[in-house]
Design a protein around this ligand. Structure first.
Ligand code: NAD
Length: 432
């Protein structure tokens, strides 16, 4: 089937490449000319495992093309996915200006039936608004449908997540839209949930909010463990073995970040409020997470006589491993707090160093080429992202090169006993 994807970012490009791999004829559109030019030259604008190979092979086989023209996109795809960014406004509301901009442009080029699909994460009732918006700007009588098909892929394992989804959610108002979307996905053999548009929109916000809640919950338990000297990793196993709870998302740390959870939790709180419902649990989830970001500075100040003038090596900048995404990365908040306390920072990340240059442009921050260089002559090591390579560093060698022996493991990546035996003054999250 001919498909257009508007917005060629993490979600749009992965979806486009995967749909092409499934045999569809895909045109990816983006307003960012530099990005499209880069893709046309065979380069990928961000780090995502297995994506370059997929884009390259489908591009060469002619199933995946790129363009800056929404007009061309509307002419090409019978199904048009809108996968543009929906960031937070300062109020916490979802900023739907990119969606609105695209909707107006699609409408102005509509000549025959098209199915316009929300792939971006949007608050409940956006589908209705989108329908009215397109109606307003389209020529009278032209046929179209709107559907919701939220995306659940995770950066770092996005290709695999798209190809082997736990479920595909399809929110529609009628049979025609449903059968188009079902036929697009049927070769995946994934569980399909067909529902109305509002429920589909709510499924996405609810899923992210629930996962964020699990993280804030286990982080709260970790803080209790720290107070009483219990081990949160054992507590997590103890409850996770209960099938009603499950093991996933029970890893304590410095709090969630990234391009989705913070903005989606905020948007869900705000849309609920505007509907007259006070979503109190989610407000607590948000507050707990904010406080958790302050844990590193608090733990460091317990360990070092003074933070002023001391140096920390920050290992890991991306908000999670296997991605170079720095949007709302907790590392950035933590580094800001360390700098405010008068510390100097030496930072290293396996893939996001280049992207971090502008964000961390500060004379007190040095970006280092590798973890050993970052840890050289520092007072403390702070692990911010659980990149695999950080679990396998030669920590004995690192310790010898340090000025002081403090290690704050913000992701519980290292074995506390091994680190302490080696001579580190080691602190994890909730396992002391
Ligand atoms: P992104 O910022 O990486 O990509 C968005 C793209 O849309 C950009 O390339 C931008 O140039 C383009 N764009 C914006 N306005 C445009 C316009 N008028 N015309 C053409 N292109 C335009 O964002 P993303 O991370 O891919 O997220 C996209 C949506 O998917 C968001 O709503 C997000 O919440 C949701 N989502 C993201 C993830 C994730 O892991 N990143 C997972 C699931 C859902």
């Amino acid at each position: 089937m001919k498909i257009t994807i508007i917005g060629t970012g993490y979600v749009g490009l992965v979806s486009g490449a995967c749909f092409a791999e499934l045999g569809h004829d895909v045109l990816c559109v983006d307003k960012d000319e530099a990005k499209i030019e880069m893709l046309q030259k065979g380069r990928i604008p961000f780090y995502e495992p297995f994506l370059p190979e997929l884009v390259k092979s489908n591009y060469l086989e002619g199933r995946l093309r790129f363009s800056v023209s929404i007009k061309e996109g509307v002419e090409h795809g019978k199904v048009i996915f809108v996968a543009v960014d929906t960031p937070s406004k300062s109020s916490g509301d979802a900023d739907l200006s990119s969606v609105e901009n695209v909707a107006r442009q699609i409408a102005s080029h509509l000549k025959e039936y098209r199915l316009i699909v929300e792939k971006s994460t949007v608050p409940v009732q956006t589908g209705e608004w989108l329908m009215n918006c397109i109606k307003e700007y389209a020529s009278p009588g032209v046929e179209f449908d709107v559907a919701s098909n939220p995306e659940f892929l995770r950066e770092g394992s996005a290709v695999d997540d798209f190809m082997k989804p736990d479920r595909v959610v399809i929110g529609v108002t009628g049979e025609r839209a449903a059968s188009l979307l079902v036929s697009l996905y049927e070769s995946l053999n994934a569980p399909l949930l067909i529902t109305d548009i509002k429920s589909a929109e709510l499924i996405k916000h609810t899923a992210n909010a629930y996962l964020a809640m699990k993280i804030s919950f286990i982080n709260s338990v970790a803080n209790i463990c720290d107070i009483v000297g219990a081990d949160v990793s054992r507590v997590a196993v103890g409850i996770g073995l209960d099938k009603r709870i499950g093991m996933e998302f029970l890893k304590p740390g410095v709090g969630y970040g990234g391009s989705c959870f913070p903005k989606d939790v905020a948007a869900f709180i705000n849309i609920s409020e505007s509907l007259g419902y006070d979503f109190e649990i989610l407000k607590a989830v948000q507050n707990v997470n904010k406080k958790q970001h302050g844990l590193i500075a608090r733990k460091l100040s317990e360990k070092l006589p003074s933070l002023k003038g001391a140096t920390a090596a920050v290992l890991g900048l991306s908000f999670k491993p296997n991605t170079d995404d720095l949007r709302n990365a907790p590392s950035l908040t933590v580094i800001e707090q360390l700098l405010e306390s008068g510390m100097k920072v030496r930072a290293y990340d396996p893939v996001s160093l280049k992207k971090s240059q502008e964000l961390l442009a500060n004379p007190e921050v040095e970006l280092c080429e590798n973890a050993y260089d970052a840890c050289n002559n520092v007072d403390a090591i702070v692990i911010m992202t659980e990149w695999k390579e950080f679990a396998h560093l030669d920590y004995a060698k690192i310790l010898k090169s340090m000025k002081n022996n403090v290690m704050i493991d913000g992701r519980n990546l290292c074995d506390p006993r091994r680190m302490k035996k080696m001579g580190f003054d080691y602190t994890g999250i909730g396992r002391n």
